[in-house]
Each structure stands twice: as C-alpha cells, then as structure tokens.
Design a protein around this ligand. Structure first.
Ligand code: SF4
Length: 326
C-alpha cells in the first residue's frame, strides 16, 4: 500500500511539578507506525496510553521531543522540515491533516450557525470562491448525511443532536479536501444507536481510495468494525501492531490479551481494564517493559530490559520478551 503517513521513533514528554521536584511525564516513547493511502488505522489503548498526544503531534498541535512524522505525496514534508516559510508549510499541512474531536459541542462555536465553520474552512484553504461558497457548504453537509444541507447550514449547534453535530465536524474536516483525517474518540460521546452511522462515514472516507483515517479509540468494537490495521499502545509505547483481525481476535501481547479479555468478560468491547489491575506508569518510568508491573508473566528480565518490537509475521509485530517470530 502506498504510504501516506510515516511516524518514526516519536517521543513526547511533558514536565510535571515544580523545581526541585520537577519530574518528566513520558506521553509517548519510540512510537513508529505508518498509515497507507485509503486505509483506516486505529490507535487503541486505555486513557493515558498516549494515543491522543500522538494524534496532536501528527496534526502539529503539539511538538515532539524526538522522532519524525512524514506526510508523503505532493509537497512531501516531515515535521523537521518547516524552514523559513513555516507559515505557508503549516497551512498546507493543516489542509492535508484534519482533526475531529471527541466532543462536537465543544468544537463548534455556539454563536454561529453550523454552516459558518464549514464555509470558513473552505475559504481559508482556498477550496471555494465567495460566489459558490454557500452551495459548497450545503453539498459538504449533505455529503455527511445532513439533508437538506442549505437548511442545516443555518441551524445553531444547540439545535442539532450530538450525532448531527459530529457530522458537521466531519463536514468541516472534509471541506479542506484532506489526505488524512484524525478522529479522536469520535463516537465516545454519542448514543450507541448513532455510533454505527458515524463509523460508516469513516468507511466512506476510506472508499475514496486516497484518503486515510487515523482512528483514536479505546473502543475495541469500533476498531474491529472499521480498521484495517491496529496499533495497541500502553504507557506511550507500541505493544502490538498488525492487521485488525489478527491483533483484536488473536492478540499476542499480554496487554492486548488483557484488553480483549476485559472486553469479552464484560460483554462490552469499550470496557476499560479493571482499576485494581493498576495504571500505566508514565512519570519517570524505569527500565524494562512498561507493562511489567501489571503482567502476570513478568520475569526479572522484563523488569530490567526493554523488549524490542519483534515481527511475528511480515505485517504483525509484538513488543514482548516471550514472543518469538512464527
Ligand atoms: Fe509481560 Fe515481560 Fe512481555 Fe512485558 S516483556 S509483556 S512484562 S512478559
């Protein structure tokens, strides 16, 4: 598959606390994966696993401490290559990479009708001239299932349901004709009945064959439904990555197995791990495997030596000392 996005060795850290007790929160460490054109890749993990941080670095909202993000295609760029004309390059990056947030109510300005942010995105990125912008807004809203688009464009966010507001957010993101849509927990605040409809919109985006979606979610069911490949994160590190079916139905990493088992036990694939099983240690993490404090199979080696990401098949890799290539 033609690559659209390559993330290599991404590291993100934040200082926490005040001097002399200042410590380091490691939000992401040595994260590498790629997204092909026309592909949906899901980043899955619990809260605090670093998935939203990675999405924000790719969207250039947050800086990285280490590593590189490359957006392939015409005008190929990576996050290290913003030189003297950084403003222009940033604008082009933002046109190519769009972010959809978890809470559509918070991401829409309540004082403007919902056609306004769509029109603004079209104008800002030169996708419509003033004479046709209203028609383009209506078409953009209809493309995400809001009919008639011209009527919806005049409504205010509070006049729409949660699902309709999320559709507006998706219409706004697609208005710039992006190559990559990053959807950060796009269905977590929606009723179960409309989650499927929103997820279907992402498969429609993929159907273009050129646009890709990075789906950030703790919802294994959503990932299983729409993702082509899955990246499992724990404490900011990649634990397992590969084809969605292989990773979600027959996970090899103990953490991925625990996630899948917790979801199956509760009958809810969105279920988080039980709190009693501990939380990821992301502040001043020690050496060794980050999952060792919670892993039933941990050995002295696990606590002392960080496992490498090992390929178990050509497109499937696992970070665990116990896993051997097939
Ligand atoms: Fe568990 Fe060790 Fe594998 Fe880490 S490396 S997941 S601690 S068995």
């Amino acid at each position: 598959m033609t690559p659209l996005l390559t993330v290599e060795g991404l590291g993100v850290e934040f200082p926490v606390g005040n001097w002399p007790r200042r410590r380091t929160l490691r939000a992401s460490f040595d994260v590498s994966f790629s997204v092909g054109r026309g592909e949906i890749v899901a980043l899955v993990g619990e809260s605090g696993s670093g998935k939203s941080t990675i999405g924000r670095v790719i969207a250039r909202i947050l800086p990285a401490k280490a590593g590189r993000v490359t957006l392939h295609g015409p005008g190929e760029r990576d996050t290290d290559s913003f030189g003297p004309r950084a403003g222009e390059a940033s604008m082009r990056w933002r046109q190519r990479v769009q972010l959809i947030f978890q809470d559509p109510a918070a991401s829409l300005n309540p004082v403007f009708p919902v056609g306004h942010p769509v029109a603004r995105a079209l104008r800002l990125h030169g996708r419509a001239d003033p004479k046709t912008v209203d028609e383009r807004v209506a078409a953009a809203l209809e493309a995400v299932g809001l009919h008639p688009g011209a009527t919806f464009a005049t409504r205010y966010p509070h006049q729409l349901s949660g699902g309709q507001r999320q559709r507006v957010s998706i219409a706004r993101a697609l208005a710039t004709d992006p190559d990559l849509v990053i959807a950060d927990e796009p269905t977590s605040m929606l009723d179960v009945s409309i989650r499927m409809d929103i997820l279907r919109l992402f498969t429609t985006i993929r159907a273009s064959g050129t646009r890709s979606v990075l789906l950030i979610t703790h919802d294994l069911a959503s990932a299983r439904l729409v993702a082509d490949r899955v990246v499992v994160l724990y404490a900011g590190e990649v634990m397992e990555l590969g084809p969605a079916r292989a990773v979600l139905d027959a996970p090899r990493h103990p953490y991925a197995q625990l996630l899948a088992a917790a979801a199956t036990r509760s009958g809810d694939l969105r279920a988080p791990l039980p709190a009693a099983e501990g939380a990821p240690k992301v502040i001043d993490p020690g050496p060794g495997c980050p999952f060792a404090p919670r892993c039933a199979q941990a050995t002295d080696r696990c606590r002392a030596e960080r496992p490498a990401l090992t390929a178990v098949s050509p497109d499937h890799a696992v970070r665990c000392h116990l896993v051997r290539p097939e």
